[in-house]
Design a protein around this ligand. Structure first.
Ligand code: UDX
Length: 437
């Protein structure tokens, strides 16, 4: 427990706001989370968690005395000493981050009598803090400190990432605010770095762009492996043993998706372009990542001799395993491409929320992999769900029209699939086929 419990208003009850609010309450602070969506607040007040995030429901339940939810900004701000801005910053048509939700929070702060600091956790372009600072000064809130405190939490392990982070980054120019945010994190197990507001804003964008670049790099190596006979899995393992490079984010596949990497890499590119600098490396990363699922469909098309009229089992819809999130999932590109080639698409996913939108409304959803595989001409693994390793591939294969599997995440055992009679395609490795009878 912290030595000085604070009263905190958290704006935004999405992944970041809820995890921040629940974790700050767990540390001993009094937290009110405010969101503008009535349904979200209704669920939270009824004890339900509107998103899937391991450990979050338990944390909210365990801290319910210190954690409340409201639709009203003034309720959240009545006693608040610190206002945390955790609203989303979706891309605009120009690729810049849409800061309108951030600004509407800032507009409400005038009525907060005890406010000592405003902290922005939302991912924002460099320079936003300076503008917020000026807006606070203009609104008569010059006494209120400002800090950028970007988050580095990954979905599926966000609670653990918050409580045991690699680092806590505090961007502020004033010592009092720095002290306040440090004290707020008393009990969190991780090093703290204080830097300028602009640098803290850049850390978030740069870290995500570098991780996206690492994934894209291994996907490019995978393509060269396919052309030359090397095996990307063996290559990645050996590369990762070099402590200067590390083993993480070297999993070749259908490309990165999710709520952060695609959006943040485009936002960084837009930010650089706005200042007249063409960020060539990032351009290539984005382009290669866009191509990755399309390449997979092209390879499947060649293997099948065309996709028209083929029935494809699409296994996994979410952007990664362990989440229900479909945002920027490569599966949507895969499904849309298959439909554009006049294939029929039969999906399975254990967690994706029903999505009655394009392209999903033109596909059929099944309750199990076995159901989706029935009568299929090919299976395409898009998400590395552990359930797929439990499938009895020999019996599932007997229900298929053709035993062909494209493992878009290199998650299954090629030998087991080939023994079950499958032709096994994957990313960055040679296609393996059963021995001719
Ligand atoms: C990411 C960052 O990890 C986090 O620090 C930031 O705050 C938000 O964005 P998240 O989007 O939850 O978190 O997922 P992450 O586990 O990082 O994976 C992102 C995407 O990259 C997924 O689509 C995943 O499948 C893909 N990926 C990841 C790969 O293709 N290969 C890898 O080696 C790692």
């Amino acid at each position: 427990m912290v030595t000085t419990p604070r009263t905190v208003a958290v704006f935004g009850a999405g992944y970041i706001g809820l995890v921040t609010g629940a974790c700050l309450a767990e540390l001993g602070h009094r937290v009110t989370v405010r969101d503008v969506q009535p349904e979200r607040i209704r669920l939270l007040n009824g004890g339900e968690v509107p998103i899937h995030e391991p450990g979050l429901g338990d944390l909210i339940a365990a801290n319910k005395e210190r954690l409340t939810f409201t639709l009203e900004a003034h309720t959240a701000l009545k006693d608040a000493e610190i206002a945390y801005v955790c609203v989303d910053t979706p891309p605009t048509a120009s690729g810049d981050a849409d800061l309108s939700r951030v600004w509407s929070v800032i507009d409400t702060l005038k009525g907060a009598p005890h406010l000592a600091a405003v902290v922005v956790k939302s991912t924002v372009p460099v320079g936003t803090g300076e503008r917020v600072r000026a807006a606070l000064d203009e609104a008569g809130l010059a006494h209120v400190g400002y800090a950028a405190n970007p988050e580095f939490t990954a979905e599926g392990k966000a609670v653990d990432d918050f409580l045991h982070p690699d680092r806590i980054v505090i961007g502020t120019s004033d010592a009092r605010t720095d002290r306040l945010i440090r004290e707020l994190h008393d009990g969190v197990d991780g090093p703290v770095q204080t830097l300028s507001v602009a640098s803290a804003e850049m850390v978030k964008l740069a870290a995500n762009a570098l991780l996206a670049t690492k994934i894209t790099f291994i996907n490019e190596i995978a393509t060269v492996c396919e052309a030359t006979g090397a095996d990307v899995e063996q290559v990645a393992t050996a590369i990762g043993m070099d402590h200067r490079l590390g083993p993480h984010f070297l999993q070749a596949g259908l490309g990165y998706g999710g709520s952060c990497f695609p959006k943040d890499s485009r936002a960084l590119r837009a930010m650089a372009s706005n200042s007249g600098y063409p960020f060539q490396l990032l351009n290539s990363v984005i382009e290669v990542n866009d191509l990755q699922p399309r390449r997979a469909i092209q390879r499947l098309k060649t293997e099948l001799g065309g996709l028209k009229g083929r029935r494809v089992a699409l296994l996994g819809m979410t952007f990664k395993a362990g989440t229900d999130d479909l945002r920027e999932a490569p599966s949507a590109v895969v499904a849309a491409r298959l439909l554009a080639e006049n294939a029929t698409v039969h999906c399975w996913d254990p967690m994706a929320r029903p999505a009655d939108v394009t392209p999903w409304n033109a596909t059929t959803r099944h309750p199990s992999p076995a159901d989706a595989l029935c009568d299929a001409d090919a299976a395409l693994v898009v998400t590395e769900w552990p359930e797929l390793r439990e499938v009895d591939w020999a019996s599932a294969g007997r229900t298929m029209r053709r035993r062909l599997l494209f493992d878009g995440r290199n998650t299954l055992d090629p030998d087991a699939l080939v023994s079950a009679g499958f032709t096994y395609m994957s990313v960055g490795r040679a296609t393996v086929r059963p021995a001719a009878p």
